[in-house]
Design a protein around this ligand. Sequence first.
Ligand SMILES: NC(=O)c1ccc[n+]([C@@H]2O[C@H](COP(=O)([O-])OP(=O)(O)OC[C@H]3O[C@@H](n4cnc5c(N)ncnc54)[C@H](O)[C@@H]3O)[C@@H](O)[C@H]2O)c1
Ligand SMILES: N[C@@H](CCO)C(=O)O
Ligand code: NA
Length: 444
Amino acid sequence: MEDSDKQTPIRVALLGCGVVGSAVARLLTEQADEFAARIGAPIELVGIAVRRLGRDRSAASVDPELFTTDADELVTRADVVVEVIGGIEPARTLILRAFEHGAGVVTANKALLAESGPELYAAAESAGVDLYYEASVAGAIPLLRPLRESLAGDDVRKVLGIVNGTTNYVLDKMHTTGAGFGEAVEQAQALGYAEADPTADVEGFDAAAKAAILASLAFHSRVSGNDVYREGITEVTAADVQAAESMGCVVKLLAICERVEATPEHPTGISVRVHPAMIPTTHPLAGVREAFNAVFVEARSAGELMFYGRGAGGDPTASAVLGDVVAVARHRVLGGRGPGESAYADLPTLDMGDARTRYFISLDVADEPGVLAAVATEFARHHVSIETVRQQQLTGDEHDTEERAELVIVTHAAADSALGATVEALGALPQVREVSSVMRVEGE
Ligand SMILES: NC(=O)c1ccc[n+]([C@@H]2O[C@H](COP(=O)([O-])OP(=O)(O)OC[C@H]3O[C@@H](n4cnc5c(N)ncnc54)[C@H](O)[C@@H]3O)[C@@H](O)[C@H]2O)c1
Ligand SMILES: N[C@@H](CCO)C(=O)O
Ligand code: NA
């Protein structure tokens, strides 16, 4: 008999038995012997809280006796509580209750962490137990542990990544098939990537919650989901995608967290934002296809790091959850705790207007003398420097009486507020028939 078998078992309670929960239950059972050896004590799954009994839960491959609808009671008889219900309530109350009863908690719940992270950390701290949440951002990809632990001796400057698989799949399909947004979402739904109600993904709420978690860890400051500037992908058109391609770029929904040094306009702070952006096809993030995730981290001493893998799905997400279960269980056996909240830097989140961004702007203009000068004047007036300008003749329809041209402009970095004001002013110029495409540009 192994030493680990003689130890008092670590009791694990699972809250939720959906996509992630059923994979956690199955893998925990299948790998029980390995986990016992790694932890130094056996794991005992003491119960699985579900909303209703009687459903087919064969995917979880566990003793049906383990299912209960009494989550309140279940959390009182566990050493480790795994929360994979999702949403704010009852997940929040159940986690707080688990802490009160001395259990460590593992959760995959980005929405809850982005809303109530400090409250959960404080409750874990006063109970002297662990709070782990690797699965909450970029699913299987080890990313939060590197930020919380491996990079604790470095100074993170920027985190830039694709953290939502559904929108990456949709944008990828728009590029590869020429489909419009609606059609690409339907394809994603048919394949099970996008949910029936894809709002949280396509409007960028899911990525914004993840960006808040990443920024909090990277910059040792409190950032909530509401602090994150957010634009989803619902306004991205097939024309935007084509325009990106003509520039040697692809469109990606990016989560960007960066430290911004003080200027006369603002103090040192953090810019945290989620929005679609064009990135050059030569950038490593451009090669992230389908529903994969990838995150770039830039740190002072480490330089650039890239994390890539599956951000969603039952088994990949369960991998991250179970890694956390092993970590928390090891602490129960050996003593000690994982890191708590680190918010000492207390950097403020800056307004989006203060972020330094670059814009791609495509204008449909009257092809007549002085147009370029009028356009250039608006950029100069807003202190925005132009990086490149390209002009091409447009062939109008039979009703067109005037000559038309397309002006494609890429700017240098400027305050986002100045770029927004420039676009507005351009739209009001009599020579500009239409601002046909505007998108931020990221990556060198
Ligand atoms: N699915 C993924 O790929 C993925 C990836 C990363 C993180 N996550 C996160 O993991 C969590 C779970 O996601 P999921 O995809 O498994 O969701 P899901 O909807 O498949 O599963 C959630 C389950 O919880 C159950 N539930 C709801 N209220 C409950 C209650 N009061 N008591 C017990 N059970 C209750 C639901 O009936 C459902 O079966 C969410 O926080 C999600 O954001 C999911
Ligand atoms: N809906 C999320 C699941 C993983 O958090 C995504 O598409 O990435
Ligand atoms: Na992760």
